[in-house]
Design a protein around this ligand. Structure first.
Ligand code: HEC
Length: 214
């Protein structure tokens, strides 16, 4: 510290106070304000909590990095033609009431998946697409996830889920069986459906009674 300077002239102090002001401002804008805005957001009536199986699938989605290529946040028509792409209405805070951590994503190498369950409800399709995306979308750059499946010669055992690949991708005498992780992941994908109305319906206007009429 340099001698002879008053308290407020000390460089160290200015630095510390300046840093505190910036940190305090940032905390206010990025932490406190969003908290106050979102603390009372309730899950919409149309949104169901995840089942244990769907939650397990969500963990598989996270573990396999699906979020690096897929967003879960259709945007407003003023910002992007997401609704025209068939990805659904712009999402609202309540849509994520059961999502901890949220999987909004920052990249869209593939389509947005917040409503994939409504758009593609077929579990068969999802299993086959995860095993080999190119069997369903020619030229797809999505990686295949063969380790979520077991490929065997011969028949499947009782209770196993066989993946029905398109004929040109199915190999004779070979059976592709979905592992529990693949089944859970697909249960999660088909549960992704936020097509209910974003906002509660407006109160119905009360018709004036006969007496009140002039
Ligand atoms: C490298 C980027 C990439 C990764 C990682 C990725 N995907 Fe994809 N995904 C794509 C692309 C590109 C498409 C569009 C082509 C297609 O249908 O295969 C796609 C399509 C899809 C579709 C069909 C969407 C629609 O609207 O028809 C689903 C479902 C899907 N991916 C799920 C997943 C899941 C689940 C994972 C993780 C296990 C994953 N993706 C990982 C790039 C990726």
């Amino acid at each position: 510290m340099s001698a002879g300077k008053s308290f407020w002239e000390m460089d160290e102090l200015r630095l510390i106070v300046g840093a505190m002001v910036i940190l305090g401002g940032a905390t206010g804008i990025l932490v406190v304000l969003p908290y106050l805005l979102l603390e009372n957001v309730k899950p919409p009536a149309g949104l169901k909590p995840y089942t244990d199986q769907q939650w397990l699938g969500r963990q598989t989605y996270i573990a396999n990095g699906c979020v690096y290529c897929h967003s879960q946040q259709p945007r407003d028509i003023k910002q992007a033609p997401d609704a025209k792409r068939g990805w659904g209405r712009a999402s609202v805070a309540g849509d994520y009431a059961y999502d901890t951590p949220h999987l909004l994503g920052t990249m869209r190498t593939g389509p947005d998946l917040l409503n994939i369950g409504a758009r593609q409800p077929s579990k068969d399709w999802h299993l086959g697409h995860l095993y080999q995306p190119r069997a369903y979308t020619p030229g797809s750059i999505m990686p295949s996830y063969p380790f979520l499946f077991e490929v065997r010669q011969g028949a499947a055992k009782a209770g196993e889920t066989v993946v029905n690949l398109p004929p040109s991708f199915a190999k004779a005498g070979q059976v592709v069986v979905a592992k529990p992780e693949a089944l859970a992941l697909v249960d999660y994908l088909v549960s992704l459906d936020r097509t209910y109305p974003a906002l509660p319906p407006l109160p119905v206007a009360v018709a004036p009674s006969a007496k009140e009429k002039p």
